[in-house]
Each structure stands twice: as C-alpha cells, then as structure tokens.
Design a protein around this ligand. Structure first.
Ligand SMILES: [Mg+2]
Length: 379
C-alpha cells in the first residue's frame, strides 16, 4: 500500500453558545480546525484533524496547512502507511515541532492501518482497558449564580464531573465562585479548576490559600506554561493535585515536569501532543513515575475526539472522575458521527476499524472555508 495524496479542509463551526475562558484566550465563538484526508492506492482513506489554538499551541490553521504541504507531505507521499513507527521517526527528524499538524497525520495513518487490517486503533496501542469512560463538562467563567445554573444543566444531562474555567476575574471573585459551588455540592460532584494560564504565581497562591477548606479535585494550568518553578511553588502549597496542560506538549515537557516534581497530573490531548503514538508514549512515561493522566481536549470535532478515545481506553493510569469527551456537544454541529458514542455522562469506545468514526461529507463541504489538494488523492 502507498500514500498517493492528501486533502486539507480548513473548517469553521460556531459553538452552540459562546465559551468564556481565561483572560489569555478570551471568549470564543467558533472552533476552527483543519481536517485531513490521506489517500492510498488501495482506496483506503485515513482521517485526521488538527485543532490549533494559538497562543495555547504554537500552530494556527494556516501554519498547519503550510507545514503539512511543505514539510510533511513530501516525506509521506509514495510511502507505505503501515510503516507507522518508521514514518513517525522520519518526520521527527524532518519537522521541528508543529505537533498539531503532526497529530492530524498520525491520526490518519492509524486510521488507514486500522481500516486495512479491520481492527480498531486501540489494538495497535496495546488493546482496550476501558470499555467506556466518564465525561467531564467544562463551564465557562461566570458569576456564582451563573455557575450554579450551568452546573445544574450539565448534571441534568447526566454529566458527573465539572471543569470550571477561571483566570479571567479578580482572584478574590474566583475564590468566591469555588466556595459557592463547594458549599452547594460538597464532595458529591468532582470539580476541576482550569485557569488556562490566567493567573500569576501570586494570584494562584492566593487562590489555593483561599479555597483551602473548599478544595476542588484538581487545579489545571494556573500559570504561564514555561514557569516550571512557579508550578512547583503552587504544587507545594496546593491542598489538591495540580495538572499541567499548556506546559505538557511533548515528551521532553513530560521529562522536565517529572524531574522537577512540578505537577501530579498530565492533561493529555492527542491533538496537542502530536498524535496517538506520542500521547501513548507520554502516558506510559507518566505511569512509570506515578503521574495520573486526564484525557482532555482542545476545541475538537469527532476525528480528534475518536483518536483521543482510542488512546484513552488503553491507559491504566487515568483519573477516575471524568475526561473531555463531550467536545462535539459544545459545538453547533460536527463533521462526523462521533456523538453516537456519547450517552449521558459516558462515552463508549467504538469497535469499528481505525479511529471508529465516519465522516459526514455534506457537513465537511458545508463548513469548509479553504481547501488544498496535495499529490494525487483519488476523488
Ligand atoms: Mg486546560
């Protein structure tokens, strides 16, 4: 089997409702991704998805398209997609960084090989450990009253764990928000606080001091991603575990965070971490050092979510309270049928070949605002 060509589709789909994040990312109205089709001479088409969000990731949709065209496609066209490890290693040598573009290609290769051998991608990653995983839902930044309304809505949908976005209001207000939800829900509902780099170290320390008797189950990425010393100071003083998201992009980040004992949890995203193979590797290293993993997501559509689930279901060191497999339900629409795996509070691992999802061509066409063909993809 040989790769004959690639197609790239830059899509934009509005959120079902605006999403208020930390002051670093502001309020988001649309999700933008690059959908990738990798074509082969046997008619098998692999699906990939790149979900850049600069300044979270270094990539943008435009850079994903250029890097895929100029840096990746020349190395994989005419190659055998079954050579998963060889192609991955070769691209590691040929491309510096650009993990979001790399993730889409890695997803597509796993999809092709799975389809060619009629096996799900998780069988290529050691096999399934979880049949289904609990879902957490994120709620945006709001007042304590708005938080309760949003949490009640998610609990009514069957979700059992809530991620609260912080990092945009004065930290004294964020402490009030945390105390308000803990007073109402106690330990009945697990809470993850994600400040998305929105705090200084001083503000984060003020937060962990202020919520000492009302602690969440996890605090994610309170400060700037490169401030490892700051993370260590916060972890030492925090009454609950600390997670790295923006700070945890590649295997070398994992090594640094482990060596420095900077966090307790890695927030993993196949779309951020460079694909299924690299994410699995990071999770395995984490397990060796007693680090738990949270399967998280960027603003993802069904291809990235399916790829993430194929990895997540193989891991034995996941947190047990919830993972970010509800991304497509935050959107007004999707270009795949991934939502059929979602039931109230849970996502079920699909058993179909490859990534286990199907593309909706009409939806892809509807939401594409830029298209690029590379090589000779079959029409
Ligand atoms: Mg996060």
């Amino acid at each position: 089997m040989k790769i004959t060509g690639l197609e790239l589709f830059h899509i934009s789909i509005p959120f079902a409702e605006p999403y208020h994040l930390s002051k670093v990312y502001g309020t988001r109205y649309d999700a933008e991704s690059v959908i990738l089709k990798v074509h082969t001479d046997q008619g098998i088409v692999g699906l990939g998805e790149a979900d850049p969000l600069n300044p979270f990731t270094e990539d943008t949709c435009a850079s994903v398209i250029v890097v895929t065209r100029d840096m990746i496609a020349p190395h994989i066209i005419d190659q055998d997609p079954s050579d998963l490890a060889g192609l991955e290693y070769m691209l590691d040598q040929a491309v510096n960084g650009n993990l979001v573009a790399r993730s889409a290609v890695n997803m597509a290769l796993f999809d092709i090989v799975g389809k060619a051998n009629d096996i799900p991608a998780h069988l290529m990653l050691g096999g399934r450990y979880h049949d289904k995983l609990p879902i957490f839902r994120g709620i945006g930044s709001g007042s304590p009253e708005e938080d309760i309304v949003a949490i009640e809505r998610e609990l009514a949908r069957g979700n059992k764990c809530i991620m609260i976005k912080m990092g945009s209001l004065p930290v004294s207000d964020e402490i009030k928000r945390m105390i308000a939800v803990k007073k109402k829900y106690g330990d009945r509902v697990p809470f993850v606080v994600d400040a998305n780099q929105g705090w200084t170290v001083f503000e984060a320390l003020a937060f962990v001091d202020g919520i000492r008797d009302y602690r969440p189950d996890l605090i994610e990425q309170p400060i700037y991603h490169k401030d490892i010393e700051g993370l260590k100071r916060i972890k030492e003083r925090s009454p609950c575990p600390l997670s790295a998201d923006e700070s945890m992009q590649n295997l070398h980040d994992a090594a640094t965070l482990i060596q420095e004992k900077a966090v307790d949890v890695f927030s993993l995203k196949v779309s951020k971490n460079g694909g299924l193979a690299k994410t699995k590797k990071i999770a395995d290293v984490a397990e060796t050092f007693g680090i738990k993993c949270l399967m998280n997501s960027m603003f993802e559509f069904g291809i990235s979510q399916a790829a993430s689930l194929q990895v997540g279901c193989t891991l034995t060191n996941l947190l047990d309270f919830g993972h970010a497999y509800g991304s497509v339900t935050r959107m007004s629409d999707d270009i795949t049928d991934f939502d059929q795996n979602i039931s109230p509070g849970f996502v079920t691992v699909p058993s179909g070949p490859g990534l286990g999802i199907n593309l909706k061509e009409d939806k892809l066409k509807k939401y594409t605002k830029e298209y690029l063909k590379i090589g000779e993809p079959a029409e």
